[in-house]
Design a binder for this molecule. Structure first.
Ligand code: PLP
Length: 470
């Protein structure tokens, strides 16, 4: 019965338990399927060199647990209900399970992800350990729904220093990322007088379903080379606007100084509210990042940020910096909906910020991303000379307008055949403007080395040439 793989450790005794465990594992992994007839207790005892009583005990145990059925005259079989574990490795002859994930493409340029392999695991462990070691028992109760005070204080200092925000701890509310902050704010807008929200055109598709289901009217406002068209916003019915001033998503333009002033003037004029999505503002490569709008008018602007692009989206840690009345209502919203964010992660981030780990990580990643962006932009120029890279040198993605006449979908499909996953820009535009928007791709470069980005650009060049021909 060597094919049953029932290794026994005779030094520890409990042979019946070991045999039973071996059978359970064989059933769970799918090596033994329902209906399979097992050797008689006598034969198995001989094969394993144990007494027959040991095997009988193991079979009885497994029968009692429902793994085996024993019938007179039919021997002992694997029970029909004994199913392999969901997570078990498939047998070599088993057909692929439909839920098996697709293997990742060799060159994945899907935007929105930082370099996940660079997550500072060791330093995060150190921060988390320090937090856990020093935390009072009482800190493990339900937290302040606005976030633990220590993190709000650290963030207020950091955002003031790095983003020129006007951020005292009372204005800071910890959220599970920008998306969470936005959906909570939309709930407040819906309940108040701001029932129409202006959103940039184009914008992040990931946010569109949330915006669509938020119960507020969405008004799309065009973006041009200077960012959001504030004159068009002023002509709309909206009194609230969601905007990405530091680095427009996806076009990569920066809101010009004149437009920043006009946007603030608009908000004052209509008694409006600006929701500032600061999603990757720490990464500017050609100069220091532009300070956030919230610092200019903290009573009209809510700053939304997170560690999703700076550390990892999986942490689901973000913040809103809001006028005191809105901060209070956001806190209430958390108290009434989910009782606040996980405490240990909040303290780990506090330690990480306090010990300088966050600043150090950002410095490292800025250098690395700058190299990757430059390598990709240069390679695109070489392999796609008729394409145009839009936007400033910043962030973790590039917006590339394809040569006129290219079929965007065709290019995306052909790139996939070459092993390069890219995202077309068309779905990021409103239906009214998508037709006039030049074909374009949004390329996330954060997770690939410079060498691999150069290769990806070469393959993309091939896909575009074929796409244009097709
Ligand atoms: C422009 C933009 N802002 C915000 C988010 C959401 O970020 P978070 O992970 O902080 O919720 C996304 C998600 O991809 C995004 O594209």
């Amino acid at each position: 019965m060597t094919d049953l793989h029932l290794p026994l450790d005779r030094s520890t005794g409990r042979l019946a338990a070991q045999i039973a465990a071996g059978f359970r594992a064989a059933v769970r992994s799918g090596r033994l399927t329902a209906g399979t007839r097992l050797p008689s207790s006598r034969d198995l005892a001989r094969d394993l060199d144990v007494s027959r009583g040991v095997v009988v005990t193991a079979y009885e145990q497994l029968t009692a647990e429902g793994f085996l059925v024993a019938r007179r005259g039919d021997g002992t079989r694997v029970a029909p209900l004994a199913r392999p574990d969901e997570g078990a490795a498939p047998r070599p002859d088993a057909p692929p399970r439909p839920r098996d994930p697709e293997p990742p493409p060799p060159y994945d340029l899907t935007p929105g992800r930082p370099d996940l392999s660079a997550f500072p695991r060791e330093r995060w462990i150190t921060a988390a350990r320090a937090a856990l070691r020093t935390l009072a028992h009482d800190a493990l109760t339900y937290p302040d729904p606005a976030g633990v005070p220590e993190l709000r204080a650290e963030l207020a200092g950091y955002l003031g220093r790095v983003r020129a925000a006007h951020a005292d701890p009372d204005r800071v509310v910890i959220m599970n990322g920008v998306a969470h902050g936005l959906s909570a704010l939309l709930a407040l807008l819906r309940a108040g007088r701001h029932t129409a929200l202006a959103v940039e055109d184009p914008t992040s598709v990931r946010q569109l379903p949330m915006l669509a289901s938020a119960g507020v009217r969405i008004v799309r406002v065009p973006v041009d080379g200077e960012g959001l068209d504030v004159a068009a916003l002023a002509r709309s019915e909206a009194c609230a606007v969601l905007v990405t001033p530091a680095h427009q998503y996806p076009t990569g333009v920066v809101l010009s100084p004149a437009r920043r002033a006009a946007l603030i003037a608009w908000a004052r004029e209509v008694d409006g509210l600006i929701l500032e999505d600061d999603y990757d503002a720490e990464f500017r490569y050609d100069r220091d990042p532009v300070g956030c709008l919230q610092g200019v008018d903290p009573d009209r602007v809510v700053l939304l940020g997170s560690v999703s692009k700076s550390l990892a989206p999986a942490l689901r840690l973000g913040w809103a910096v809001a006028p005191p009345s809105i901060a209070r209502r956001l806190r209430e919203h958390r108290a009434n909906s989910d009782l606040g964010a996980p405490v240990l992660e909040q303290y780990a981030l506090t330690e990480f910020l306090r010990g300088g780990g966050y600043d150090r990580h950002l410095r490292t990643m800025r250098r690395r991303y700058r190299g990757r962006r430059d390598a990709l932009a240069e390679a695109l120029e070489a392999h796609l000379p008729d394409a145009t890279v839009r936007g400033v040198s910043a962030g973790i993605h590039l917006y590339v307008e394809l040569p006129a006449g290219c079929d965007e979908d065709e290019v995306v499909a052909r790139a996939a055949q070459e092993g390069v996953a890219v995202t077309g820009a068309r779905t990021m535009w409103s239906a009214e403007r998508a037709g006039d928007a030049p074909p374009a791709l949004v390329l996330g470069y954060a997770g690939l080395s410079e060498t691999r980005l150069v290769k990806a650009a070469e393959l993309l060049g091939r896909a575009v040439t074929h796409g244009a021909e097709g």
